[in-house]
Design a binder for this molecule. Structure first.
Ligand code: UDP
Length: 324
C-alpha cells in the first residue's frame, strides 16, 4: 500500500487522517468538494483535487489517473438534526455519491476501501456496550444513510471482491498539532465547551439533565482523533472485510466532560440546562475488542483529559480555526 486517495480530506477527521498517513510516508491525494471542509485543512504535503462525489465521470477519471492502492472515504454530511429535515441531501450524498466512489474503486482495482461509519447506525441499542453483533436500527436518516452504504460495501465485497473496513466511530474528539475541529456551525460538545471558555460563546447549553444516567446528562464514548487515524492505517491491512466499532469502552457524561475541561484549562464553564435534543440516545459506549484483535489497533489516548488538552492547544494556537 502506497498511494492513498482520501475523499473528504479537508474535513475534521479526514484532514487528521491525511496528516497521519503522510507522516508514515504514504502518498496522499485529497479529494474534497469543500462543502463543509476547509481548503486550509488540507495537509500541504498532499495533492489536492477539488471535486464533487456526485460527478461520476470526474471521480472515475481521478481514480484511473491516480492508480490508488487504497481509498479512505470521509466525505459525508453528518448533522443528525439536518438529516431529519432534509433526508434527501443525506441519502443522495452519503449513499448515491458514495456509490460512485466505490464503483471507481472496483473498476480501478483498489485493494482496500476504508469507510467512515458511525455509532449512529445503532440507534438506541438494547444492550451496552455496543459490539459488532448489536442490532443496527438507526433513528435518523444520517445513521440510516451510513448503514445503507455499509450494506453496499458488504455486497461489493461479496460480488466484486472489494476489500473494505467500515469503521464506526463513537465520539471523535481532540486535535493533532496542526489540525482540529472547525465545523460551521459547530454542534459538538467539546469544541462548544472550549469556545465558551474562550468567550466566543456566552454559555454551553446542556441538552437534558433528566436522562436515566447517574447525573442525568447523556453518556458518550469520546475517542481521540489520533487513535481513530491509527485505526484507518491498520484497517488497510485487515485480513478480511469487516465492520469495527471504535471507542474507548469508557462512557463519560456531559457533566463529566465539563469537569474534565475545567480541570484541563483551569477555567469555569458557564452553562445552562436546556431541553433534550431530539434524537439523542441516553448512552452510547463501544466495545472495541474486535478492532483491537483483528486490526491490532492500540489506542493510546484513553483519558478525556488528553483529548480535551489536545483540542484546547489547537484552539489557542488557531483561535479562528481555519478562517484567515
Ligand atoms: N451536547 C450538549 N450541548 C451541546 C452539544 C452537545 O449537551 O451544545 C450533548 C449532546 O446532547 C450529547 C453529547 O453532548 O449527549 C455529545 O454530543 P455531540 O453533538 O458532540 O456528539 P453526538 O453524540 O451527537 O454524536
Amino acid at each position: 500500500m502506497k498511494k492513498i486517495l482520501i475523499a473528504g480530506g479537508a474535513g475534521y477527521i479526514g484532514s487528521i487522517c491525511s496528516e497521519y498517513m503522510l507522516n508514515l510516508g504514504y502518498e496522499v491525494t485529497v479529494l474534497d468538494g469543500l462543502f463543509t471542509g476547509h481548503r486550509d485543512a488540507v495537509d500541504l504535503r498532499a495533492e489536492f483535487v477539488h471535486a464533487d462525489l456526485a460527478d461520476r465521470e470526474k471521480i472515475f477519471d481521478i481514480c484511473r489517473k491516480g492508480e490508488f492502492d487504497a481509498v479512505m472515504h470521509f466525505a459525508a454530511f453528518s448533522l443528525v438534526g439536518e438529516s431529519m429535515n432534509v433526508p434527501s441531501k443525506y441519502f443522495r450524498n452519503n449513499l448515491c455519491n458514495a456509490i460512485n466512489l466505490a464503483d471507481a474503486a472496483v473498476e480501478t482495482g483498489v485493494k482496500a476501501f476504508v469507510f467512515s461509519s458511525t455509532a449512529a447506525t445503532f440507534g438506541i441499542p438494547e444492550t451496552m456496550p455496543i459490539s459488532e453483533s448489536t442490532a443496527q436500527k438507526p433513528i435518523n436518516p444520517y445513521g440510516e444513510s451510513k448503514l445503507c452504504f455499509e450494506k453496499v460495501l458488504h455486497w461489493y465485497s461479496q460480488i466484486h471482491g472489494l476489500k473494505y473496513a467500515a469503521l464506526r466511530y463513537f465520539n471523535a474528539a481532540g486535535a493533532s498539532e496542526l489540525h482540529g475541529e472547525d465545523h460551521r456551525p459547530e454542534s459538538h460538545l467539546i469544541p462548544i465547551i472550549l469556545q465558551t471558555l474562550r468567550g466566543k460563546r456566552d454559555k454551553l447549553m446542556i441538552f437534558g439533565d433528566d436522562y436515566d444516567t447517574p447525573d442525568g446528562s447523556c453518556i458518550r464514548d469520546y475517542i481521540h482523533i489520533l487513535d481513530l487515524a491509527q485505526a484507518h492505517e491498520k484497517a488497510l491491512y485487515a485480513p478480511e472485510s469487516g465492520c469495527y466499532n471504535l471507542g474507548t469502552g469508557n462512557g463519560l457524561s456531559v457533566k463529566e466532560i465539563i469537569s474534565a475541561a475545567e480541570e484541563v484549562t483551569g477555567k469555569k464553564v458557564n452553562f445552562e440546562v436546556a431541553p433534550r435534543r431530539a434524537g439523542d440516545p441516553p448512552r452510547l459506549i463501544a466495545c472495541s475488542e474486535l478492532a483491537r484483535k483483528k486490526l491490532n489497533w492500540q489506542p493510546r489516548h484513553e483519558s478525556a483529559h488528553d483529548i480535551i488538552e489536545s483540542a484546547w492547544k489547537w484552539h489557542l494556537k488557531f483561535p479562528d480555526g481555519y478562517e484567515k
